[in-house]
Design a protein around this ligand. Structure first.
Ligand SMILES: *Cc1c(COP(=O)(O)O)cnc(C)c1O
Length: 375
């Protein structure tokens, strides 16, 4: 796991689940004071993160209306400009206790520039953490080198260890020597020093680093499922995976940018619009795509044709070709099917799902070809 997130061994612990871990980390890292009590997060974060943050703010006696600052895309844009994030930090930093971004942003697919955000936050005296649910096993992470204070992630997205499986945390080495006064933790016997744990004394002697946040004996079946997956990651090598991932997603992007998908549906909307950043460094493997027709119509077609992706009403699909097991041919097939579904809806009737994969790509009426693409 240390290789997957770019950390030192003492900086990582495997325990609990993601939301639980976010709570445990906030116990120590969110220490509001009258002058510095705010939390900065991206607009429309994953709801669980919002619930966790809000409940911490309330439980410490602050008002979420005042304490929570959100930074979003500019009007008409779908991704958040790094300069705007840095601006907020510059302006409000003195009153911000914690900066927490969900990275990769689950909806837009934007990979925030973690190093820049961390530096800017530290310059203002803020603690900087990340929820890496959609980043771990997806993009290159250098948590130690970037100086991130803390991070948490689940292992059931790109790390494939099975729904709800045990999760990971990162706590930077610079915090590893701190005792409970300096960095409060909810303590349990599994967080104590390994050498003395089984002496079963009542004195809490924390082990060095992230491990001191552990509470309980971890579930062995969960650990084995995770370990099996990590063995595969180790064999495949996370850097090699990222190299393939960059090509795989760029290939998907290239196909989506071609005719006929770069043209317009007869309802006037662009067939597809990629809302994920175009810069490969600012995204993982996922592309979030706005489609011209109701997304459920697309999904019901996908279902009969073996395409698995995620929908967000009313019009977003999230497609994530993962380098570990998806192929270039699958990306090609996906775009072919998407093209059929979107262009055949031009003829009013939706294609019958049960006609299956024998269907050829429909020829396009010339009148619709690439009318005026706004790029
Ligand atoms: C998936 C996800 C979660 C899920 O949390 P669990 O505690 O594992 O159920 C939380 N936050 C983000 C950003 C996610 O993407």
């Amino acid at each position: 796991m240390v290789h997957v997130v770019g950390a030192k061994p003492t900086e990582v612990a495997i325990m609990n689940t993601l939301t639980t871990n976010l709570h445990l980390l906030l116990v120590g890292f969110y220490r509001p004071s009258a002058k510095r009590y705010k939390i900065l997060i991206e607009e429309n974060p994953f709801p669980s993160d919002m619930h966790a943050l809000t409940s911490h703010i309330i439980s410490r006696g602050y008002d979420p209306e005042k304490a929570l600052i959100q930074v979003g895309p500019r009007k008409g844009e779908s991704i958040i400009r790094t300069e705007d994030i840095l601006d907020v930090i510059e302006r409000e930093g003195d009153s911000i206790a914690v900066i927490l971004f969900g990275n990769v942003q689950f909806m837009s697919g934007q990979a925030f520039e973690m190093e820049k955000i961390t530096k800017a936050g530290h310059a203002k005296g803020c603690i900087v953490g990340f929820d890496l649910a959609h980043a771990a096993g997806n993009i290159n992470l250098k948590l130690h080198d970037w100086g991130v204070d803390f991070a948490c992630w689940c292992t059931y997205k790109y790390i494939n260890s099975g729904p709800g499986n045990i999760a990971g945390i990162f706590v930077h080495e610079r915090h590893s020597q701190k005792d409970l006064d300096e960095l409060p933790r909810y303590a349990g016997w599994w967080g104590t020093d390994r050498e003395t744990r089984f002496r079963l004394t009542n004195r809490f002697e924390p082990q060095l680093g992230a491990g001191s946040f552990q509470l309980s004996n971890p579930p062995v079946v969960c650990m084995m499922a995770l370990l099996s997956s990590l063995h595969i990651f180790e064999q495949a090598n996370i850097d090699t995976l990222r190299q393939k991932s960059l090509r795989l997603t760029t290939y998907l992007e290239m196909l989506l940018d071609r005719e006929p998908l770069n043209g317009k549906h007869e309802n006037g909307k662009q067939y597809v619009q990629i809302i994920t950043p175009r810069d490969p460094e600012q995204r993982g493997c996922q592309l979030s795509i706005r489609v011209a027709i109701p997304v459920m119509q697309v999904m019901s077609e996908f279902k009969t044709r073996g395409v698995v992706c995620d929908e967000r009403e009313p019009d977003i699909i999230r497609v994530a070709p993962t380098p570990l097991y998806n192929t270039f041919e699958e990306v090609y097939q996906f775009v072919k099917i998407l093209t059929e579904v979107l262009t055949s809806s031009d003829d009013e009737k939706v294609v019958d799902g049960d006609k299956g994969d024998s269907k050829e790509l429909r020829p396009h009426q010339k009148k619709k070809k690439n009318k005026k693409t706004t790029k």
